[in-house]
Design a protein around this ligand. Structure first.
Ligand code: HEC
Ligand code: HEC
Ligand code: HEC
Ligand code: HEC
Ligand code: HEC
Ligand code: HEC
Length: 446
């Protein structure tokens, strides 16, 4: 049985525990609330993703805006804070402006009209397709602190990647293996020779004096077996090289020439998400894709006068900036005074993909009609720091794909009809390019 004072003690401590407990849970609740509040506040203060914003900015705005320099339009660094502090305008105003600046101006908006007149009545493009989230991302990018000469961190090991494209077993490897084999053979022969000698001595066989003390090369020449092995080795090595040389004729897979301007598809099509067809605009509608003229480059590069993206030990910011200067030299663009000098010349890009003249190949037929992705034939272009030929471009390559690729029957009345007929007559359920005549010599050869 418990003593009464004991149970009282228990009660008191229990109650104290309860009180402490209640207090604690209240405090925790309060703390949690505060943390939640701070968290949501910080979230709404910087909800945009600056990395996404950067590519959106580069793809949509960079043709007219720079972060730190007046271009066709005002410099946009910290534009949200600036408009809020100086004009009392909020983010909603920026949404409206970007979606349809002409509408804002027409509505009689005071600041809209002021800045419009300041920029000589230059009209900003309307971007109804950009969501408010997209604009948040762009604003997050413009609110980033300016980077001072980014360290040439050896982060992107892109250079190494491109080398892998050449593929195949390297000559060095095969040569090395052969050399090792040869060495082993020589050592083996030396050992056999030595044991034979010892054996002969033990048997009391008298060896001629000259075989005992012969210079190595003389022994080598005298040894018919060694001579034979070397001759075979030389013949094999020679055949290997001649074969390798012959196999390269006509096949330029992996061909990667140095271009007059180091143009990175990784930076343009990859990091900044610029559509292939922005530059290779004729791929959709004509036989060739074409290389863009410097005018196309200058649409963006009037305002993009320096590179601020990722760099590596091999490709530094200075290196990239020099490339943009080369573009300016070709375009005859005087960046300091923001005008053309008239002294321009075309860039002499080295052609990489090139079929023989007797072959007919049509881009629009493959890209638009067949709906084949550029990457199916050209490889991971958006990862290429330096462009190279991905596919072999041999006849076998074309034919293999025509045998295996179905043509796009959907949404094509012509094919749907043929397809229906074929499946009725022959019971085929697929329609490959080959069945459409894609293996006929005359389709590809003039
Ligand atoms: C075709 C050129 C052009 C493009 C592209 C363009 N702008 Fe503009 N932008 C202007 C011009 C010019 C002005 C100055 C006002 C005017 O003349 O309409 C301006 C003004 C602005 C302003 C007001 C800035 C200030 O300081 O008053 C903002 C914000 C803005 N642009 C954001 C953007 C964003 C974001 C994009 C990309 C989604 C973009 N602009 C794309 C030309 C352009
Ligand atoms: C900003 C402009 C631009 C964009 C975007 C672009 N390219 Fe290019 N492309 C060029 C230039 C300039 C060259 C010539 C220099 C070179 O070969 O690197 C070229 C060369 C090529 C070549 C080799 C041409 C030859 O000589 O055989 C291929 C293939 C190619 N691009 C495919 C693509 C694909 C696929 C995309 C989209 C993923 C793309 N390009 C996006 C500008 C661009
Ligand atoms: C749609 C806009 C756009 C077009 C068109 C464009 N560029 Fe660029 N270019 C960019 C952007 C964005 C960057 C990266 C800037 C950064 O990250 O700071 C860049 C970077 C560069 C660089 C430095 C990196 C590198 O690739 O070596 C060079 C050089 C360059 N561009 C050349 C060209 C040439 C030549 C053309 C025309 C064939 C061209 N650009 C067309 C947007 C464009
Ligand atoms: C079915 C395979 C295939 C597809 C898909 C394809 N290409 Fe090509 N591309 C080729 C071949 C083959 C050549 C060489 C053509 C020649 O020498 O006549 C070539 C050449 C090029 C060239 C060099 C200049 C020229 O026009 O000949 C560029 C640039 C190019 N392609 C870009 C693109 C782009 C961008 C896309 C996607 C929109 C694309 N290609 C889709 C196979 C393809
Ligand atoms: C990635 C697959 C692929 C590769 C590689 C490819 N083709 Fe095709 N090609 C197609 C498809 C799919 C069609 C059917 C297009 C259509 O719907 O008409 C086609 C159609 C054609 C046609 C039209 C055939 C007809 O019936 O009118 C020609 C010509 C042609 N290709 C030539 C070539 C040549 C030359 C090459 C190699 C340099 C090549 N193609 C490589 C997929 C390919
Ligand atoms: C789908 C397209 C296509 C079809 C169909 C096609 N060829 Fe070719 N042919 C090519 C291409 C591409 C080359 C170039 C290969 C190269 O440069 O290595 C070529 C090269 C050749 C060559 C030159 C030899 C060589 O390898 O360089 C001959 C000969 C030839 N083709 C004959 C034919 C005959 C005969 C037919 C019909 C049975 C035919 N081709 C059908 C695409 C085609």
């Amino acid at each position: 049985m418990k003593k009464p004072y004991q149970s009282l003690e228990v009660n008191i401590t229990n109650n104290m525990k309860k009180v402490i407990h209640r207090k604690l849970s209240k405090n925790i609740l309060g703390l949690g609330l505060i943390i939640l509040l701070v968290f949501t506040a910080s979230l709404s203060a910087q909800e945009g993703d600056p990395a996404k914003g950067k590519s959106l900015f580069n793809a949509n705005c960079a043709a007219c805006h720079q972060l730190d320099k007046k271009m066709t339009g005002p410099a946009l660094r910290n534009v949200e804070a600036r408009l809020a502090d100086e004009q009392g305008l909020d983010r909603a105003w920026i949404y409206d402006w970007v979606h349809n600046s002409a509408g804002v101006i027409k509505s009689g908006d005071a600041y809209g009209n002021k800045v419009y007149n300041e920029y000589g009545g230059a009209a900003m493009t309307a971007f109804p397709q950009l969501s408010e989230k997209d604009i948040d991302d762009i604003l997050a990018y413009t609110a980033e602190v300016k980077k001072e000469a980014p360290a040439a961190a050896a982060t992107a090991a892109t250079g190494a990647q491109t080398g892998a494209a050449t593929g195949g077993v390297s000559n060095e490897l095969v040569l090395g293996a052969l050399a090792v084999l040869f060495m082993l053979l020589a050592i083996g022969l030396f050992l056999v020779n030595k044991t034979l000698r010892r054996f002969a001595e033990a048997q009391g066989v008298e060896l001629p004096e000259e075989t005992k003390r012969m210079p190595l090369w003389k022994a080598f020449v005298k040894n018919q077996f060694l001579m034979l092995v070397s001759a075979i080795f030389l013949l094999l090595a020679g055949a290997y090289f001649i074969y390798g040389y012959l196999m390269q004729v006509g096949v330029d897979q992996g061909y990667q020439p140095v271009q007059p301007i180091h143009f990175s598809h990784k930076i343009h099509a990859g990091d900044n998400g610029i559509d292939c067809k922005y530059c290779h605009s004729s791929a959709r509608v004509s036989k060739t894709s074409g290389i863009p003229s410097v005018n196309v480059c200058m649409n963006c590069h009037k305002s993009i006068y320096e590179y601020n993206g990722e760099t590596s030990a091999e490709y530094t910011k200075e290196f990239y900036d020099d490339q943009i200067k080369k573009l300016y030299a070709a375009a005859g663009w005087d960046d300091a005074n923001q005008k053309y000098t008239g002294d321009s010349h075309p860039v002499k890009w080295v052609r990489i993909h090139n079929l023989p003249d007797f072959v007919y190949f049509n881009h629009s037929q493959h890209v638009s009609v067949a709906g084949v992705e550029c990457q199916t034939c050209h490889g991971p272009v958006e990862e290429m720091e330096v462009m190279y030929q991905h596919a072999p471009l041999t006849m076998g390559w074309c034919i293999e794909c025509h045998r295996t690729t179905n043509v796009k029957v959907e949404d094509n009345a012509y094919y749907e009809k043929i397809h229906a007929e074929l499946s009725r007559k022959y019971g085929v359920d697929k329609l490959t390019a080959a069945q459409m005549g894609g293996l006929e010599c005359g389709k590809c050869h003039y």
